[in-house]
Structures are given as structure tokens and as C-alpha cells.
Design a binder for this molecule. Structure first.
Ligand SMILES: Cc1cc2nc3c(=O)[nH]c(=O)nc-3n(C[C@H](O)[C@H](O)[C@H](O)COP(=O)(O)O)c2cc1C
Length: 325
């Protein structure tokens, strides 16, 4: 009998496939369908800092109101946007039995902790923090960015008791050092990686256009590398592999590299909820063939700490592949 249960960031999951934060989880009945297809947890669509700011800034002409009334209206609009999100958490919790993870996409360290507390009260089982500091300022250096992250993480840890994870971008510099510090300051897990908007150019009109919103399976390779490095270097780290997980092979590979779970998004958009069922069936079949009964038997088998030469994930590989060609 194959056991697909896994522990991720303090949550017990019935399967290692988590539905990634997106419009897929905007509707509780859709989330239920994804749970029935086998998802081990649901990450709700993010509440974006800008959504609230923009909505609050849209209160027509400020001259129509005295400053006190304007302030009241701004607060009212912020709270109502938040209220919609809290309702989504409650309604999803009513229909789903798997953990429901709320998601915040933020870039300032002050406004968010109070929302995190409200989400916990509304019943979220965990929180995924999508910190978006895409730093391009010439005066921003590594330590400054690291301190911004740590500041947010400390505040959130002081505010909520439920587990929270950090969804990281590839652009954070030294992923390992940052994750190590964030774990030391209270983060319960990491999602590797977030996939940002991809800018492209229409060469006929010479205009900026969006690149593909969906990932391709080949994008998994870099995800695998970093899971292996992080898992090998940080004791007891909890990782969800994300970006490029499209099938059972992607799930198995992330787990072998040391992830506790994966987050899937593009594949579900493109193939429907059935891709979760198919991936779990494929994973179970492969485990049976390999004589594994549970995930613990192969999780992290190839993380950086298990290899005689862990630089295979770093410089070694580069030399081997390019020096003779
Ligand atoms: C249509 C769409 C909407 C998304 N919305 C969010 C979001 O609200 N918050 C978030 O953190 N990530 C969001 N993402 C990113 C996904 O959660 C995920 O990190 C990314 O697509 C990479 O995973 P994948 O390769 O399985 O698609 C979105 C992705 C897509 C395709």
C-alpha cells in the first residue's frame, strides 16, 4: 500500500501536490474539485498590497470630502477588500478538508502584519508570503534587501501562530543564506520559486508584450538545483518545489531533491484538475516499481548533502558540460 502523506511547514498533507496561488483557487467550489482530484492543500489567490492601495486611492476627487471623511473612506475600502478575502478563506474552509493556505503578496513591511492576523482568525491553516522586492535601485545592496525580508518575517512571526512560508524569487541573491536567516527568524518553509511576469517584445510594433503566463516543464531544472542545495545545507528545512512541475516525474524529482511537497499551477490551468490525479497515480506507480512505500524513503535522496561532490549542482556541472564542446 503506497502512502502519499507528507509533512510540509508543520502541516500534515494527504498528498504532496499543493495547488499554487492563482485564480484556480478564487472560487471555493473549484478548490473542492481540486481537493477531490487529490490536492493535499490549496493556496488561495494572493491578496496584493497594490489591490488595496489602488482601491483606496480611487475615491473620486479628494476635494469632495473633508480630510477626516476621506481617511475614513480609504480605511473602509481597505477593510472591505480585506473582508472579501476573509470571506474567501471562510467559504473555502467550509467546503475543503485539506489545509487552506492564505497568500499575501507584499513589498512593504508595515501594513501587512495586521492582515496576517485577520487571516489567521478567519481560519487559514497557514500563510504563504510572497515578498516581492524586485530591487533595481543602484543604492540597494544585498544586506539591505536581506534586512527587509528579515524585518517582515519577524513581524509576521510575532503576530500569528499558524505556520507561514516564504515564496521566494530567483532574484534574491544568495538563496541559501537568505532562507537560513529567514528560518532562524521564524519562517516554517519555502516555496522555490515564484515565477514573475515575463516581459517580451513584439518586434513588428516594437512594443512591450507579456511573455507566456504559463511555465514550461523545462523550467523545472533550476527549481531542482535549488531544492537540492537548500535541502542539503539547511537542517529540517521544509520546501515546496514550484515552477515547472507539470507531471508525476516533476513531483518525484522535487521530492528526491529534498522537497516535502510541490506547488502546481500552469499544468492545472492547461490540463484541468485531472492532472493532479494523473500525477499522483504516476508517482504511486513509480514508488511501487522502486519498492518505496512512503515518501520519507526517498525524500532528499539526492540532496546536496548526500552526494560525495555536492558542487555537481554548482560549478562542477558547468565545467563538465561546456569545457569540451
Ligand atoms: C494565471 C496565474 C495567476 C497567478 N496568480 C498568483 C498569485 O495571485 N499569487 C502568487 O503568489 N502566485 C501567482 N501565480 C504564480 C503561481 O502560483 C506559480 O508560482 C507559478 O505559476 C509557477 O508555477 P507553475 O510552473 O506550476 O505554473 C499565478 C500564476 C498564474 C499562471
Amino acid at each position: 500500500m503506497i502512502d502519499l502523506k507528507t509533512q510540509y511547514a508543520g502541516l500534515q498533507l494527504k498528498s504532496p501536490i499543493i495547488v499554487g496561488s492563482s485564480g484556480l483557487t478564487r472560487n471555493p467550489s473549484k478548490s473542492k474539485e481540486l481537493e477531490e482530484a487529490g490536492a493535499g492543500a490549496i493556496v488561495l489567490k494572493s491578496l496584493f498590497e497594490e489591490q488595496i492601495e489602488i482601491q483606496a486611492n480611487q475615491i473620486s476627487d479628494p476635494n469632495d470630502y473633508n480630510p477626516e471623511a476621506e481617511e475614513y473612506l480609504r480605511l473602509y475600502m481597505k477593510q472591505n477588500h480585506l473582508q472579501d478575502y476573509l470571506d474567501l478563506i471562510k467559504r473555502t474552509k467550509e467546503v475543503c478538508t485539506v489545509p487552506v493556505i492564505a497568500s499575501i503578496n507584499c513589498y512593504k513591511s508595515d501594513a501587512w502584519t495586521e492582515f496576517a492576523a485577520e487571516m489567521e482568525k478567519a481560519g487559514a491553516d497557514a500563510l504563504e508570503l510572497n515578498l516581492f522586492f524586485l530591487s533595481t535601485d543602484l543604492t540597494h545592496n544585498g544586506p539591505l534587501i536581506r534586512d527587509l525580508y528579515i524585518d517582515v518575517i519577524k513581524r509576521v512571526r510575532q503576530t500569528i501562530k499558524i505556520p507561514f512560508t516564504v515564496k521566494m524569487g530567483r532574484n534574491v541573491g544568495n538563496v541559501t543564506a537568505l532562507a537560513y536567516q529567514l528560518q532562524a527568524n521564524g519562517a516554517d518553509g519555502f516555496v522555490l520559486f515564484n515565477r514573475y511576469f515575463q516581459p517580451d517584445i513584439n518586434l513588428k510594433t516594437i512594443e512591450l508584450i507579456p511573455g507566456s503566463i504559463f511555465s514550461r516543464p523545462e523550467e523545472l531544472y533550476d527549481t531542482l538545483r535549488w531544492i537540492a542545495i537548500l535541502s542539503g545545507k539547511i537542517p529540517h528545512v521544509s520546501i515546496a518545489g514550484s515552477t515547472g512541475v507539470h507531471n508525476w516525474e516533476g513531483v518525484a524529482k522535487c521530492l528526491i531533491m529534498g522537497a516535502s511537497a510541490v506547488e502546481m499551477c500552469s499544468a492545472i490551468y492547461q490540463k484541468g484538475a485531472g492532472v493532479i490525479t494523473e500525477s499522483l497515480e504516476g508517482l504511486s506507480k513509480w514508488m511501487e516499481e522502486q519498492n518505496f512505500h512512503n515518501i520519507a524513503q526517498f525524500k532528499g535522496m539526492l540532496d546536496a548533502s548526500k552526494l560525495p561532490n555536492p558542487t555537481i549542482y554548482e560549478r562542477h556541472q558547468f565545467m563538465k558540460y561546456y569545457s569540451n564542446r
